[in-house]
Design a protein around this ligand. Structure first.
Ligand SMILES: [Zn+2]
Length: 718
């Protein structure tokens, strides 16, 4: 490393010590132009660290090789974490350009890490001897995990195969980046502007308020009549639920479901095909017939057969349930004077379902939402974390953040020590991708590198206490429609579940209590990761929680018992519709990733339509996760051949929550303690089936999930 190189980075805030409270990123100092040079310097620092491990004269030991590998790359991890969070939540054309520019080099760097032959040889030697090394269970887990990471990233490939594998991975990184940017483009560029009462017909006040706010956010503040429906879930779904303008619903539905399918430079059809072709090659280089076979090796499910068995358990029951719901919708249509042969189109289902919900269960969103103020529901989530795990959240408005909407909290554990920082970014905006997610800026761990080791290589000043532990910095992103100025943001029950879901992931990060960074927080198998999040959703239905926190935003009255009872009765209604849509998406994902031909289908949209027809997706139940914008599958690879994981985890979470039901208390201290120890705090330090069994005393059963979804009656076996 030359002095010139060091000097050129001296003023790059991404590479300096962050002397902020809790070492949070000083976001206001970062410019898009800082990222590429910071990535280059951090990758160089990482390579130097890896060479130092690989080239050392000492024989491989767990500490000088495996634990040392876990300690290195922290500077790169830090820069990447900041970059990922900004490109997801507060992006810009300049950041997107860096994203496109760096996707290839970052993938190439990852290849060079896992294809470092000298390094892998040391890890492989230790792995061979793993049972004789006297390792703790967590150390053994780290060794096995690290070894698996190398093997599944191509470490065992030879010569030309390894070179080809590296090229495939770089091209995949480029294409998945492009795919996500194309979806964001189509979402950001669509808006349905409503101005007249006729165009706003049917929309309750909260939808109008949110649509007005969206108009302001999109620069239409001077157009006093303008209301904007965007493709953000928290606007498009209420619009499709309440608008009585069938023509506008159809228009909005088509815009929502055709994202990524427009001719021109943002067309995702060929991008998705190219990704599938490369994934097939990736799998073949590893000796697997299909990408699904390759991906499932690193999942609890293990095989396509296990996934298929679960989906098959649910699919016919969900079809039967949706048929019962269709009959109810049809009856409501006849009551409303529509002909018995009127067709229910995908843009009609939600409107009629809402009518049935109001008629049969006397529950409508417009009555419910005033009780679900966003800030109160955040308090409810914090309160549940306090009652279950002893956590306390203190708002810290002084901490540096990247957008005024983000809130930072200092989190203390039951002993009163600060155990993490939690950032919550709740509102939709055009610079944020759609959906809801948890991410991290720093993982909890007790394997922090010594400052000197880092400084001696790259010249980059990153000083950390030797042997110190790091507390996690965890983010939650939601896409709620912000209330009008002066008015609170009100949530639907769906939104409340999303809030708790992401907070459950957040707790998985915040409660993490492991030694090694690789095993920390949510870095678990993909079909286990939704357990802590979906588990936490259960507390949104607990009367004890709702009576305390669901208060009318104007009167402060707690939600009335009889409204609560109506909400509980209505809970299972329309679950057939939701389950069919989800399961169909999961089945199409498995279908497209289990293909064994070298060439993907020439026309992906036609393939998708054929699959749905073969499965018997009922008319009127449209999908909003179509392949051309299915970010789970194509904006990265984490959920490819993995959309089923939510259902898999639901088997776990429904059964796990039953432990509280059996104890007779949703906050039972003993159950909560076991839940924390084996599920929320253990990260990837335990094998997932063992972790579940340690909590529950046995393996998970499928019945509680089927019952929860209303797919079997209480008392009936399945
Ligand atoms: Zn999740």
């Amino acid at each position: 490393m030359t002095d010139t190189f060091t000097a050129s980075h001296a003023d790059n805030p991404l590479l300096q010590d962050w002397n902020t409270p809790h070492g949070l990123p000083p976001f206001s100092l970062f410019q898009p132009a800082h990222f590429a040079p910071a990535f280059e310097a951090a990758m160089q620092a990482h390579r130097d660290e890896l060479d130092a491990i690989a080239q050392q004269a000492d024989a491989p030991s767990f500490d000088n090789t495996v634990a040392a590998f876990d300690r290195c790359g922290r500077l790169l991890g830090r820069v990447e974490a900041v970059f990922r969070n900004l490109t997801s939540s507060q992006t810009s054309p300049a950041l997107q350009a860096v994203q496109r520019e760096m996707a290839g080099p970052l993938a190439a760097h990852a290849n060079s890490v896992y294809m470092n032959a000298a390094l892998f040889a040391r890890i492989d030697t230790l792995h061979e001897a793993r049972t004789t090394l006297g390792l703790t269970p967590e150390q053994l887990r780290l060794l096995e995990r690290t070894h698996f990471d190398f093997v599944s990233s191509g470490a065992r490939l030879k010569g030309a195969d390894q070179a080809r594998y590296a090229a495939v991975m770089e091209e995949l990184a480029r294409l998945t980046t492009l795919f996500g940017q194309n979806v964001l483009h189509d979402e950001a560029s669509y808006q349905l502007v409503l101005r007249t009462e006729d165009e706003l017909a049917g929309l309750p006040g909260f939808v109008r308020d949110a649509a007005r706010q969206a108009a302001v956010d999109r620069g239409l503040q001077d157009d006093a009549q303008a209301h904007v429906i965007t493709l953000s879930r928290s606007l498009i779904v209420p619009f499709l639920t309440f608008s009585t303008r069938r023509d506008l619903r159809e228009q909005a539905w088509r815009a929502w479901t055709s994202r990524g399918e427009h001719l021109g430079e943002h067309d995702n059809r060929e991008v998705a095909r190219a990704i599938l072709k490369l994934r097939r090659e990736q799998a073949r280089l590893h000796g697997y017939a299909s990408y699904a076979d390759y991906a499932l090796v690193d999942r609890m499910a293990g095989t396509q057969q296990a996934v298929k068995q679960l989906l098959d358990e649910v699919w016919p029951r969900a079809l039967a349930a949706v048929e019962r719901e269709r009959q109810m919708l049809r009856a409501a249509m006849v009551d409303a004077g529509q002909g018995a042969d009127a067709v229910i189109e995908p843009w009609d289902w939600r409107v009629w379902a809402e009518k049935v919900r109001v008629q049969r269960y006397a529950v409508d969103d417009a009555e419910v939402k005033p009780y679900f103020r966003l800030d109160r529901m955040v308090e409810a989530a914090f309160d549940c974390a306090g009652r279950l795990f002893g956590l306390q959240f203190a708002h810290r408005p002084d901490l540096p953040l990247y957008h005024p909407d983000v809130k930072a909290y200092e989190v203390r554990n039951a002993s009163g020590q600060v155990c993490g920082i939690f950032l919550q970014d709740n509102f939709a905006r055009p610079t944020k991708r759609s959906g809801a997610w948890m991410s991290s800026l720093r993982w909890q761990n007790r394997n922090v590198p010594q400052g000197a080791a880092l400084q001696s290589h790259s010249g980059v000043a990153l000083t950390v206490q030797a042997g110190a532990a790091e507390i996690p910095v965890i983010l939650n992103n939601n896409n709620f429609a912000k209330g009008a100025p002066g008015a609170p943001t009100l949530l639907s029950m769906d939104d409340v579940r999303t809030l708790f879901h992401e907070f459950g992931h957040g707790l998985h990060g915040l409660l993490s209590n492991v030694t090694y960074e690789r095993l920390s927080g949510t870095q678990v198998l993909r079909d286990f990761v939704e357990l802590p999040s979906q588990m936490f959703e259960h507390w949104t239905s607990e009367p004890a929680v709702l009576k305390q926190h669901a208060r009318h935003w104007q009167t402060d009255e707690p939600i009335p018992d009889e409204l609560l009872a109506r909400i509980q009765r209505a809970r299972r209604f329309n679950q057939g519709y939701e389950t069919v849509r989800y399961t169909a998406s999961a089945l199409v994902d498995m279908a497209v990733h289990s293909l064994t031909d070298d060439e993907p289908p020439a026309d992906l949209c036609a393939f998708e339509a054929q699959e749905l027809q073969r499965l018997g997706l009922p008319h009127g139940v449209g999908l909003n996760h179509r392949l051309v914008h299915f970010q789970h599958l194509f904006s990265g690879s984490g959920y490819a051949a993995g959309y089923y994981v939510y259902l898999w985890a639901e088997v776990l979470d429904a059964d796990a929550f039953d432990a509280f039901v059996e104890a007779g208390d949703p906050f039972d201290a003993q159950v909560a303690q076991a839940l924390q120890r084996f599920i929320y705090a253990s990260g990837n330090s335990l094998e997932p089936r063992e972790a579940f069994a340690a909590f529950r005393g046995r393996a998970a059963r499928v019945e509680p999930m089927l019952r929860k979804k209303g797919l079997i009656e209480d008392g009936q076996a399945a």
